[in-house]
Design a protein around this ligand. Structure first.
Ligand code: TYM
Length: 334
């Protein structure tokens, strides 16, 4: 019997260059980006068009974007195995976004929790881009006909909207878009703040102690974990009113591969101090090699630029197929 090659599934994901990456970004999304590269056809981007929905200082912004690119390479994103570029270098994202905005309802965008949060935090700049942000995200994904989108749990609502937009468009014009599925990890899908474990860990938090940056020095990481908020029960086990310990167990599990049962057994009869130290050490062990690679990569700006423009060239080829099809279906000459 003849072997028919099985078509690899296509993956797309992106991350905003709005400051350094957090442990939440890494455990919730980037680890899966890296893990998926061998099995799938992966397309990854820095979402710099998304990041301008919040006012940015141009020089620092450009630098942040480059640093993020280097950090993702340091995490293991491999430019020879996947397509990896800056979103702004492929104009088709903005083109498709406009078309899709006419297939997105005002009511749908109004329900997005990220929009509600961000417009409350930046009340002096609730711009139209902040509102239509999820349509640009849908364009990113649908442009590459992605089957799976590795993200943290906070992006699930945007993925549902993307699926609705794709279904709506396909319902009118035939099967133009692949309808994508979110790909959310079992451990680390929602890493919480170390100061208020009922809130998501986020680099935009005012309190530096609430998040771990991938660039934090080991001593800083240990300090932040030592001061992490827990509870008064002194039991390393999951519980309803134990958001702090639940979060530390998630982080420890994600970094060591240990199950909840193994973690409970390991810390039976021990105090929170021992547990926090162990979590800090596990995180340092994951981040140290990444930091070493990052420190090398960031020195070579030429190399980083070359990788990004090569990635953009390859991405543009894939994107063109979709955008041409969409324009044709809608009746727009190109
Ligand atoms: P962004 O830049 O906020 O975050 C990048 C990725 O990190 C995940 N993440 C987390 N996971 C677990 N715990 C946390 N505390 C945590 N914080 C962040 C996010 O879920 C995300 O996967 N809109 C997106 C960027 C984007 C995108 C796309 C993603 C633009 N276009 C297309 C997928 C597909 C965002 O703001 O992610």
């Amino acid at each position: 019997m003849e072997n028919t090659p099985v078509k690899k599934k296509r993956i797309f994901s992106a991350i905003q260059p709005s400051g350094a990456m957090t442990l939440g970004n890494y455990l919730g999304a980037i680890r899966n980006w890296v893990a998926m590269q061998d099995e799938f056809e992966c397309v990854y981007a820095t979402a710099n068009l998304h990041a301008i929905t919040v006012r940015q200082d141009p020089k620092a912004f450009k630098q942040n974007t480059e640093q993020l690119y280097a950090m993702l390479l340091a995490c293991g994103v491999d430019k020879d195995k996947c397509i990896f570029f800056h979103q702004s270098m492929v104009p088709a994202h903005a083109e498709l976004s406009w078309v899709l905005s006419t297939f997105t309802q005002f009511g749908e965008l109004s329900r997005m929790t990220q929009f509600k949060d961000k417009s409350a935090r930046h009340a002096d700049n609730v711009n139209a881009g902040l509102f239509t942000y999820p349509t640009l995200m849908a364009a990113d994904i649908l442009l590459y006909q992605a089957d799976l989108v590795p993200v943290g749990a906070d992006q699930k609502q945007h993925l549902e909207l993307t699926r609705n937009i794709a279904d709506r468009f396909n319902g009118i014009y035939g099967n133009v878009f692949t309808v994508p599925e979110p790909y959310i990890p079992k451990q680390g899908a929602r890493v919480m703040s170390l100061v208020d474990p009922t809130k998501k860990m986020s680099k935009s938090d005012d309190n530096q102690k609430s998040f771990i940056l991938l660039t934090d020095q080991p001593s800083v990481i240990m300090k932040k974990f030592r001061s992490a908020v827990t509870d008064s029960e002194a039991c390393v086990c999951r519980g309803e009113n134990k958001a702090g310990i639940n979060n530390l167990m998630d982080i420890y599990g994600a970094c060591t591969g240990k199950s909840d049962e193994e973690i409970v057994a390991e810390f039976e009869g021990k105090g929170y101090g021992d547990f926090k130290t162990a979590v800090g050490e596990a995180v340092v062990a994951v981040l140290e090699p990444i930091q070493a690679r990052y420190n090398e990569l960031i020195k070579d700006r030429k190399y980083l630029e070359k990788c990004a423009s090569q990635g953009a060239e390859n991405a543009a080829k894939l994107a063109r197929r979709t955008i041409e099809k969409v324009y044709k279906k809608v009746g727009l000459p190109r």
